[in-house]
Write a protein that binds this ligand. Sequence first.
Ligand code: ADP
Length: 389
Amino acid sequence: MALTKDLVRRALTGVDGPDGIDLVTSGAVEWIAVCEADASVKLSVEPTPGREQFASLATACAAAVTREAKRDGVSNVSLLVQFVDEDGSLLYETRTPSAGSPPVREQPPEAAANAKASSLPGVDHVIAVGAGKGGVGKSTVAVNLAVGLARRRLGTGLLDGDIYGPSLPTMLGLGAMEQIAHEGKLQPFLVHGVKAVTIGKLVDPEKPLIWRGPMAHGAFQQLTTRTNWGELDRLVIDLPPGTGDIPLTMAQSLQLSGAVIVCTPQRVAQDDAVRATRMFQQLGVEILGVVENMSYFVGDDGKTYDLFGRGGAEIMAQRLGLPFLGAIPINTALRKNGDAGEPLRNFDPETAGGEQLPKALEQVVGNLESQLALARLRTGSAKPKLTIS
Ligand code: ADP
């Protein structure tokens, strides 16, 4: 037997928050994810309690879920409870081990964040953004994920490893900024709240470069290991598209916490995305989720047009048993802000052509964080079949 989201939700109706109202009714439950006997819940409670109350609330949640699960014949339940503030920043988290182990233990976020410690010192999680082919919006998603994570007060780095067409100089508005090296290390650009490094600032953008495998690999290694990243919670890597030698070697050369696959809804794009998924899986890299880009278009008439067959990538994700992180519409502001190097504008309804784009991006960022939390929860156990949605 496996846990279900309904079961967890049902259990949480029996736990009262600091306002005396049960967590479900008060709207404190922001996210529930389940995977066999593992579950992860994200709560935003009011008024914000102290550490002790966080701990006792988490204990109550764990007890309620375990009780409810037992009733449905599910044992060895493991629960990750995260408390976040209204911006989604992590305030406190605890994890219950499987039954038979001691009850809820407190873990500071930094200690819990080592599910698959990155091989880069000071960097907690490395997340690769890949795609089966170019032009699907991989770099756009990578940039907006990084900026969205930074907006949640996570120390975030962004590495443009797309040697075929580095887009970060444009998308981040690096313009005339010079790449600086200090004591043999590259200093990342500090832009839009993100520490960024791009191969586009190391090669002449006008001069076509023919990359051979070892050369590309060497350049990528330099970018990752010889950059002064400092302390980072997340490092987002924009990989070259496809499943050829170069993206494969790059994906292999770093210890990744997981990968995000960007796909447009069309059938032909899905086929390529499946290949990209298989590539990561063969390398033992967990797929944190699929993003459907250019999902639909909302016209000036307010009507939604499914130009490419909205939902195609979501169905592909379901078919492969992968989490779906969300859909990003075709949006003129997204393209314009990308060309202007102003990604923060995508998160403000005034400069994003309305509420729709900021909402879609926040959803993708939030879901990615939740999948990462779930991946951490699963670490150490044999890889179970994913049943999360
Ligand atoms: P890739 O990295 O997959 O090659 P890019 O992220 O560079 O793709 O995107 C290609 C072009 O499409 C860029 O001009 C970008 O601004 C635009 N674009 C990407 N996603 C969207 C979208 N959802 N709506 C509008 N334009 C988009």
